[in-house]
Design a protein around this ligand. Structure first.
Ligand SMILES: C[S@@+](CC[C@H](N)C(=O)[O-])C[C@H]1O[C@@H](n2cnc3c(N)ncnc32)[C@H](O)[C@@H]1O
Length: 279
């Protein structure tokens, strides 16, 4: 299969065609990036169900404790962070570009007796002037916005969407060298088997890395559905991201490493969380 083609339910889709007969009515155009599609979203949910944490759930809960206004989580995904924040009494809204992630998020909220506002929107276009006391982007999702101009535009929209004294908390994963091939992973979903094979980390220049991830759904040993997801991540070093925040009109107050409040960031940290306020 060539890059740029997507096979859905046994169909090969060529450039410029709309996917016909896709039961989900996704109507994807080829060339349009398929991001967090049905299988990818399901794998996220199976691999990182509500209740799983990299230390980020506890960290964000602590940093946001006592926030009285509304909090926004762009790129909310399945609600892995949103659900525990809501359960701790915070007022949180979420949006995401993926209808599949949002559908799982809604189901997770219902399971936990929650009914937050969730909607489809994009980091590079969404803004709601002076609406939020805090905006959070955990789990390295901001790296999915690629290109400096797009990143700057997203940060400016976020700044405009913060109320006076509002805070942005955003995770950035340090620059990493492309890794070697990963073994195929698998998950059972009832009788169905889902496999994931990733060809990692081709450096596409301008500090972007693209991995090609192939998700396959098998039933009784027969391949039922394949989804190909190119994941392009924008990488930053500490100074670069601090400059981007400043250019977007923020003052960085703190950078925490590895979800430890006050721990200084280094090149060896797994993740840096920038906490910024309006300049
Ligand atoms: C790694 S998941 C993170 C989900 C969740 N925040 C968590 O911590 O588990 C990244 C999410 O970002 C969403 N996403 C990617 N690009 C986006 C964009 N430009 N605007 C909004 N959401 C986006 C994806 O659909 C996906 O749900």
């Amino acid at each position: 299969m060539l890059a740029g083609q997507t096979v859905l339910a046994g169909q090969t889709v060529l450039a410029g065609q709309t996917v016909q007969g896709d039961k989900d009515g996704e109507g994807l155009m080829v060339g349009q990036v398929l991001r967090y599609g049905r299988l990818c979203s399901l794998v996220y949910q199976l691999d990182k169900p509500i209740g799983s944490s990299f230390g980020d759930v506890e960290f964000y809960r602590e940093r946001l404790a006592g926030t009285t206004g509304e909090i926004l989580e762009p790129a909310v995904g399945t609600g892995r962070i949103l659900v525990p924040l809501l359960r701790s009494g915070l007022q949180v809204r979420g949006y995401d570009t993926s209808p599949h992630m949002l559908a799982l998020c809604r189901d997770n909220c219902v399971t936990h007796g929650l009914d937050p506002v969730l909607f489809e929107a994009d980091l590079t276009t969404y803004r709601e002037p002076a609406a939020f006391a805090a905006i959070i982007i955990p789990a390295g999702s901001f790296a999915l916005v690629t290109g400096r101009e797009q990143a700057l535009r997203a940060l400016r929209h976020i700044r405009e969407s913060l109320a006076a004294h509002g805070r942005l908390l955003v995770d950035i994963e340090p620059l990493a060298s492309p890794t070697g091939p990963e073994p195929t992973r698998h998950w059972w979903h009832g009788e169905d088997l889902i496999t994931l094979t990733c060809h990692p980390g081709v450096d596409t220049g301008d500090r972007c890395q693209t991995s090609w991830c192939r998700y396959e759904l098998w039933r009784d040993g027969v391949l039922v559905r394949t989804e190909l997801e190119p994941f392009t991540l924008q990488r930053y070093d500490l100074a670069e991201f601090a400059t981007l925040l400043r250019d977007a009109g923020f003052t960085t107050s703190t950078v925490h490493a590895d979800y430890q409040v006050g721990q200084s960031p280094t090149g060896q940290s797994r993740v840096w969380t920038f906490e910024a306020t309006i300049a």
